[in-house]
Design a protein around this ligand. Structure first.
Ligand SMILES: Cc1ncc(COP(=O)(O)O)c(C=O)c1O
Length: 379
């Protein structure tokens, strides 16, 4: 198409970076001829999908010729029941994954030139979506210990600030915002600024000083919490997430979605997954036990590891992460070089089953030995 005569493209959409997903199992199997590839690249649930969700989805297949219920009130009512006192369906907006809600939030609050504070290293979609709207991402980096720098965040607020993104546990560091830090933040943020608490990985937290952000919703503050069915429920492929916020904000998000934004399989699958308490608790127990072992094993290899409250761990391999990643691919193990997550010296690995983790550690040890031998030869 002739760029001078074709349609005018929105320059913000045309120039914003694209999301880079984790490498697919099929791609690695085909490229390297490895029979059993393990993917520890996208923080997926190593126990698979909620079995109750799978059964409900199967049972719903004959109804696929119908449009889904346009109202998601049943899912919102069930969510509200589980969220405890003073939270009703009017506090909830559902989305096609938490990602859709992030998009609706940027669409709803960011216009050309508006500012949004992000705290890298963090989830890159915040910045991408702000840029698509012509907004200005204002970076307030995490501290050297990968913690939130609350005073710096408050100091970065200007009359143009519309949003502040807090991710806890944070992707890719696995670190959290504590209650004390969050209270300090909320004490200084004016009500015209919306604070987003992305809690997609909340199920994996075992520290009791983690912020209970839902209490800010109960207190009527201008916050939006984001949760996802992709991780603890094992339904990343189904695409369901939800926001919890003051009814005015929840309704604002709800009004800006498309009709039928959740397919009928997503609706029934999510509702069944909510009842599958057993699957979530087995997942949580596995992740918490395995991540501790994985951290110890990575440290035993002499690597720098950031302590994690999530279902992934970030570590510094000591060699070029891309090289380590490619060597691991040849051994049938997919991890994620973290350059896309603002951490170019690091690799992020998702916590898998005990067998997957053992295979990853064995492969990594082998790769590091090969790279060390190569380095010794050259020197
Ligand atoms: C911090 C964070 N927020 C949101 C999401 C998106 O979740 P969903 O699959 O519900 O769109 C992810 C996915 O990896 C994430 O890491």
């Amino acid at each position: 198409m002739d760029p001078n005569r074709g349609p005018r493209l929105n320059p913000h959409i045309a120039s914003a970076p694209l999301y880079t997903p984790g490498t697919a199992v099929e791609e690695v199997a085909a490229r390297y001829g490895v029979a059993e590839v393990i993917k520890l690249a996208s923080n997926e649930n190593p126990l698979g999908p909620s079995p109750r969700a799978v059964a409900a989805i199967r049972a719903a297949l004959p109804e696929l010729f119908r449009y889904p219920r346009i109202a998601d009130d049943e899912l919102r009512a069930r969510l509200a029941e589980r969220l405890g006192p003073a939270i009703g369906p009017e506090h909830i907006a559902t989305g096609n994954g938490a990602t859709e809600l992030l998009a609706l939030i940027s669409q709803g609050f960011i216009d050309e030139g508006d500012e949004a504070i992000i705290c890298p290293p963090t989830f890159p979609m915040y910045e991408i979506l702000i840029r698509r709207r012509g907004g200005r991402p204002v970076r307030v980096n995490l501290t050297v210990d990968y913690e939130y720098d609350v005073e710096a965040i408050l100091a970065a607020i200007t009359p143009r600030t519309r949003l502040i993104f807090i991710c806890s546990p944070n992707n890719p560091t696995g670190t959290i915002m504590t209650q004390t830090e969050a209270d300090r933040l909320m004490a200084g943020v004016p009500d015209r600024v919306v604070v987003i608490f992305d809690e997609s990985y909340l199920a994996f937290v075992d520290r009791d000083d983690h912020v209970k952000a839902i209490d800010y919703v109960r207190a009527g503050r201008t916050v939006i919490l984001l949760r996802s069915f992709s991780k603890a429920h094992g339904l990343a492929g189904l695409r369901v997430g939800y926001a919890i916020a003051h009814p005015t904000l929840a309704e604002y998000l709800w009004r800006s979605r498309l009709p039928f934004h959740l397919g009928s399989l997503a609706l029934v699958g999510a509702m069944a997954a909510l009842d599958d308490v057993d699957h979530v608790s087995r997942t949580r127990a596995l992740i918490i036990a395995e991540r501790a072992k994985l951290v110890d094993r990575l440290k035993a290899l002499g690597l720098f590891v950031v302590p994690s409250q999530s279902n992934f761990i970030i570590f510094r391999p000591g060699y070029d992460p891309q090289t380590v990643y490619e060597h691991l691919l040849r051994r049938g193990v997919i991890v994620r070089p973290a350059d896309f997550f603002y951490m170019p010296e690091f690799i992020r690995v998702s916590v898998g089953t005990p067998e997957q983790n053992a295979r990853f550690i064995a492969a990594l040890k082998d790769v590091l030995d090969v790279l060390a031998a190569g380095q010794a030869e050259r020197s």
